[in-house]
Design a binder for this molecule. Structure first.
Ligand SMILES: NC(=O)c1ccc[n+]([C@@H]2O[C@H](COP(=O)([O-])OP(=O)(O)OC[C@H]3O[C@@H](n4cnc5c(N)ncnc54)[C@H](OP(=O)(O)O)[C@@H]3O)[C@@H](O)[C@H]2O)c1
Length: 261
């Protein structure tokens, strides 16, 4: 029996992607931090969609977490044919105002956990091909973002990592997709950023369940880059043709307004 493994599945886009997978009859394995109600969510999804579910609670910023998850999957004989690297976090603020500890935790989750999970599960995905990987980056990976410098840079890593891996894994029957959502009202921090945000934040808002639907269905169709929401796709096209100096001014204004508020 094949499973989809989803990191950051206790809330936000991860939870919606788990529900979307289950609605398509896929069995799901939910991963997130301990004490986040995963057991109840797992049972609820199982009952609602009549699929097999299970969960594992771990801090993905720990070096050993991906190995722990892999061992748990092997011990339970779960066959994975879809890996969704979704867990990640950001924040808005001047680079020097963040503690190094906070920034390093962001790198550990957004970059290292995505890398480790992918490395552990590629052999499993090859075995169960046709298989899929979906990595959640962000629209922000397309331009430099003052006041979100490390977050944006971490998502640039996810973007290029995903695009390169797609070519490496194509011949093994593993389709690798990149998700680039714009502002999505999930947790309270993001909601308040959207409220306070400038043009770029507001224009790109798409609900989490819509992002999840598009992300899961398009990954399973083998689509390479998924940008949910027509407004996001339009603004990406617009940003690509904007002269760099104007782009810098627009982005800086947008994020400065978020900072001030
Ligand atoms: N929301 C947006 O506007 C937006 C836009 C573009 C891209 N994204 C990206 O989309 C992804 C999901 O974002 P979201 O807004 O849906 O996030 P969210 O609602 O805050 O959910 C984050 C998920 O990641 C889990 N998580 C956080 N730290 C973890 C850790 N150390 N170990 C294990 N799990 C951890 C959380 O688990 P707990 O519940 O246990 O804390 C939660 O399940 C992220 O990669 C984010 O960067 C978000």
């Amino acid at each position: 029996m094949k499973y989809t493994l989803i990191t950051g599945a206790s809330q936000g886009m991860g939870l919606e992607m788990a529900r979307e997978c289950a609605s398509l009859g896929r069995n799901v394995l939910l991963i997130s931090l301990p004490k986040e109600n995963l057991k109840d969510l797992s049972l609820k999804i199982s009952k609602e969609f009549n699929v097999q579910t299970d969960f594992y609670e771990v801090d993905l910023t720990e070096n050993t977490s991906a190995k722990e998850i892999f061992n748990w999957v092997m011990k339970n004989n779960y066959s994975i044919n879809f890996l969704i690297n979704n867990a990640g976090f950001g924040g808005v603020g001047a680079f020097e105002d963040y503690t190094l500890e906070y920034l390093e935790t962001m790198i550990d989750l957004n970059i290292k956990a995505t890398t480790r999970m992918t490395h552990y599960f590629i052999p499993e995905l090859k075995k169960n091909s046709p298989a899929f990987i979906l990595n959640n980056a962000s629209m922000i990976a397309n331009f430099p973002c003052p006041y979100k410098s490390v977050y944006a840079a971490s998502k640039v890593y996810v973007k290029y990592f995903t695009e390169a891996l797609r070519i490496e894994l194509e011949s093994f029957g593993i389709s690798v997709s990149l998700l680039q959502p714009g502002a999505t009202p999930t947790n309270d921090i993001v909601k308040s950023q959207i409220q306070k945000g400038g043009f770029i934040a507001r224009v790109s808002v798409t609900e989490a369940h819509k992002v999840a639907r598009k992300a899961v269905r398009n990954t399973l169709k083998g689509k390479h880059v998924i940008v949910p929401g027509w407004k996001n796709r339009m603004s990406l096209r617009f940003l690509k043709v904007l002269p760099y100096s104007l782009l810098q001014i627009a982005i800086l204004r947008s994020y400065k307004s978020m900072q001030k508020n």
